[in-house]
Ligand binder design. Structure first.
Ligand SMILES: C[S@@+](CC[C@H](N)C(=O)[O-])C[C@H]1O[C@@H](n2cnc3c(N)ncnc32)[C@H](O)[C@@H]1O
Length: 259
């Protein structure tokens, strides 16, 4: 489980998060949003090779959400092509699913959002080595990235695979799946766009079960949904999913369509 280290000073192009308090938009909707709070970040270091690769390619493939970010991402310019669908994956971890799915959806722009730099570095390595050209990365809190870097009805899909379960009751408010996040995602999705969530945590699944119909702009489609207009097969068993499977956890998947 990772939470951001805001003590670092950002250096241009190095993928560092800004110093100071994390950005937390006041959405003023009366709905519930995850709050990162004053939690500390598990420090991860990059190997020298990863660092070199990261520094070489991050300026082209990555962006950091900073306090100065006040413009929406120009997706067409970033991917160097226009008219392609765009999917945002929040909490891509080490990017195992991201890198496995992307080549199967080459016509789609995939933007992976993650706070954890070593995870992004791993995905960046897979993207560069694999010659995958439809993946870009944003370092930042997915909620703020959605709110600040994307306009309304700009996304064809949002993926959240195995979000941190925050099992303790007093930490439930940190869970990313909440009424406010679902509302924010709904505003960012185009009509017909899809939200795909997966969890292997039984208690989190119960939590999501209670929220499937909470957002009027999202029509719950359940799982599987054969006519889903985007790839829903995650392709790989991730590290986290693998752990769940070993513990006999059941994987639950959820799909919604933006009305
Ligand atoms: C349990 S891991 C799952 C990673 C990956 N999706 C997988 O299936 O292997 C959850 C990830 O979400 C990231 N994360 C948690 N909250 C986030 C947020 N608000 N914005 C972006 N990433 C977040 C964590 O850093 C962590 O890497």
């Amino acid at each position: 489980m990772n939470t951001p280290d805001f003590s670092q000073t950002p250096r241009e192009g190095t993928g560092e998060l800004p110093a100071g308090r994390p950005l937390q938009t006041d959405f003023g909707t009366g709905l519930d949003y995850p709050r990162l709070g004053s939690v500390t970040f598990r420090r991860g270091t990059l190997t020298d090779n990863q660092e070199a690769l990261f520094n070489e390619h991050w300026p082209r493939l990555g962006k950091v959400l900073t306090n100065e970010t006040d413009e929406h991402i120009d997706v067409d310019a970033w991917f160097g092509r226009s008219g392609h669908p765009t999917i945002l994956e929040i909490g891509s971890g080490t990017g195992t699913s991201t890198a496995a799915m992307a080549p199967l959806e080459a016509d789609t722009n995939i933007i992976a959002v993650e706070l954890y730099k070593p995870g992004l570095a791993k995905l960046l390595g897979a993207v560069v080595r694999g010659g995958i050209d439809n993946v870009r990365m944003v370092r930042g809190d997915g909620v703020e990235v959605l709110a600040r870097m994307f306009g309304e009805e700009s996304l064809d899909g949002v993926r959240i695979f195995f979000p941190d379960p925050w099992p303790k009751a007093r930490h439930h408010k940190r869970r990313i799946i909440q009424s406010g996040t679902l509302n924010l995602i709904a505003t960012r999705l185009k009509p017909g766009g899809v939200l795909h969530v997966a969890t292997d945590h039984a208690d989190y699944a119960e939590w999501i079960d209670e929220l499937v119909d909470v957002e009027p702009m999202l029509e719950y489609k359940g799982w599987p949904w054969a006519e889903a207009p985007l790839l829903t097969d995650r392709q790989v068993i991730t590290k986290f999913e693998g752990k769940g499977l070993n513990k006999d956890h059941v994987i639950r998947e959820y799909l919604w369509e933006k009305k």
